[in-house]
Design a protein around this ligand. Structure first.
Ligand code: GLU
Length: 301
């Protein structure tokens, strides 16, 4: 793809229909791209068939259309992009940066310490697989050093992968590619310059930066928006039974997303059409107004 000075993206996983939480990420990434006169791509992250819901991809694309989003080019599908992921793995293999791992979940649980996202992999297979198995996972060797990055919403971030995460999986023993690998390879291959997404992924970003460094890929800019939570403080998602967007009231949903993102749309636009909301938003969008918080309760949406 040709290079652009700003190219953003929205990358939903088709695990269910578009809900308010995913609309917030779509709105934020879209307006940030358009306000920079940039491009905005849609990429369907259908990497993990067991977690997907039949029909979700169509339903997400239809909902985006009903809300008046206009994307550049045709949507990409991760399940058609395995050759890119395999090529990246081969390069990492040649460079000695990844290794096969034969550990089961139970073996890891028995010997690991807890990190920020479950167990920290104790490095059992770093110097050779612990046992012979028919299938192996592949893990990236991480360094015991702090990774820093400046997030455009959440500010300065810091994480030590060896302490907080451990060597992480790029390809699972069942043959599926991990999100961390696919997202880094796709963002680079699609020329994404800025990643704007929900802050539930902010703790993944240092892994993605480590992988970019290992692959010799440029680091995009990052902005992590607050995520919408329900009354119980859980992220709105299919698992927490988030309601699908009511497309008959797409304008109201957009108004609420803009309000959630601190943009203070005028109350009289609450019942406006998507077109009216977009024309207001294109003139008023300001990322600096987005709350510098990881999550916000979004009751009643
Ligand atoms: N597919 C991921 C999700 O739906 C988003 C990935 C990303 O934006 O990096 O949560």
């Amino acid at each position: 793809m040709a290079s652009a000075s700003y190219r953003g993206r929205f990358a939903p996983s088709p695990t269910g229909p578009l809900h308010f939480g995913s609309l917030v990420s779509a709105v934020g990434s879209y307006l940030e791209a358009r306000s920079h006169h940039g491009e905005w791509l849609v990429r369907i992250e259908d990497l993990d068939p067991p977690r997907e819901m039949p029909g979700a991809t169509d339903s997400i694309l239809r909902a985006l259309e009903a809300c008046g989003f206009v994307w550049d080019g045709a949507p990409e599908y991760q399940n058609r992009r395995s050759a890119y992921y395999e090529a990246a793995l081969e390069k990492l293999k040649r460079d000695g940066l990844i290794y096969p791992c034969a550990c089961t979940r139970k073996e890891i649980a028995d010997s690991a310490t807890s990190g920020i996202e479950g167990f920290v992999y104790p490095g059992t297979c770093r110097h050779g697989v612990s046992s012979q198995r028919a299938h192996y996972a592949w893990r990236l060797r991480v360094e015991d050093a702090d990774i820093f990055f400046e997030d455009a919403v959440q500010g300065k971030q810091q994480q030590n992968l060896a302490r907080d995460i451990g060597d992480f999986v790029l390809k699972r023993a069942d043959g599926l590619y991990a999100y961390q690998l696919a997202v880094v390879v796709d963002d680079a291959e699609q020329g994404i310059t800025h990643v704007v997404r929900g802050s539930d992924l902010i703790d993944s970003t240092p892994r993605q930066i480590a992988l970019q460094r290992a692959l010799g890929i440029a680091q995009p800019g990052y902005a992590h928006l607050p995520i919408a939570t329900n009354a119980a403080g859980e992220k709105l998602s299919k698992q927490t039974q988030a309601a699908p967007l009511d497309l008959a009231r797409a304008g109201t949903a957009l108004w609420s997303a803009l309000q959630f993102l601190g943009q203070q749309p005028p109350p009289e636009l609450q019942r406006a059409t998507p077109q009216e909301l977009w024309s207001w938003a294109h003139n008023h969008w300001n990322l600096e107004k987005a709350p510098k918080r990881r999550s916000i309760a979004a009751n009643g949406v």
